[in-house]
Design a protein around this ligand. Sequence first.
Ligand code: BES
Ligand code: ZN
Length: 307
Amino acid sequence: MFKNLLPLTLILFFTQGTTYAFDYNINRKYDVTRAFLEVNERRIYGFIKDFSSYRTRFHESADGIRAAKDLYDSWCALTDHRSDIECELIPHKSTPQSSVAIHIKGSTDKHIILGGHLDSINTNSTDPNAPAPGAGDNASGIGVLNELINILMIKNYRPKHNISLYAYAAEEVGLLGSEDIASKAASNDKKILGVLQIDGANYKAGPKSIVLINDYTNYEQNKFLGMLIDNYLRVSWGYDKCGYACSDHYSWHRQGYKTSFPFESNLDVENPFIHTENDTLAVTSFSATHAALFTKLALSYLYEMDK
Ligand code: BES
Ligand code: ZN
């Protein structure tokens, strides 16, 4: 009977992504605190406002397809002056919407990945053109990544490892963009030090400012995020569970990569307007304060992983 398990074992072995034992520590305080000075809440706000003003970013709508192309154009423009940066529009077989990425070349063969989904959905309607501004879910997360790019350009940051920032297509209908990207990374045996998911970054509710999702994520890397919060942000944080494959971190986790998903609130007090036509900036009182905090978390993660 064990003979029959062999092919399955081989398949599992060959499809697991390569991760590395990583010595999680905090020793770039000078660079991180200097980079924090560049976090611009008004710029984050402006991005969320623009990105949530498409009627919808639903993966099968013309607006949703255009939103991805526009994001690609604007990320290319931000990084155009750097020959060590590639911007990429990534088509998928599973959806007409493309994912968007920028890749900053390092001098090793290792990668650090940050991502969030660019699409939105209105679950009260079956019409692909039903209004779905998705300001919180997840223009806020893409706003964090967009701010990260702005700051890395201002600091003229030259990474040691390869850094990729992804805006995934079609998360809301089954993690389609990230599933394609993560499974290709694993089949190319990409060496990934860690993955961070940003999905829901601007809605503050309840006593915890940051909640680390502890299912389908990596225990050690989650502990490291806790250290980053205590050292750099000094806000209250905790753990919570989705209980199912609730976002793109799952696509990476499934391929054997180390991933974490810091979320904006505990799930029992989550933003009640997500997936509706009312997921707008009004929900967060026209502020991007919480997203600025998440930008600092993502910045500290990037700097302290990149060594
Ligand atoms: N941002 C949500 C997931 C989420 C919601 C996490 C609330 C934590 C608290 C995400 O965009 C989403 O809606 N995911 C889908 C799952 C997907 C596989 C269709 C969901 O939760 O229904
Ligand atoms: Zn989401």
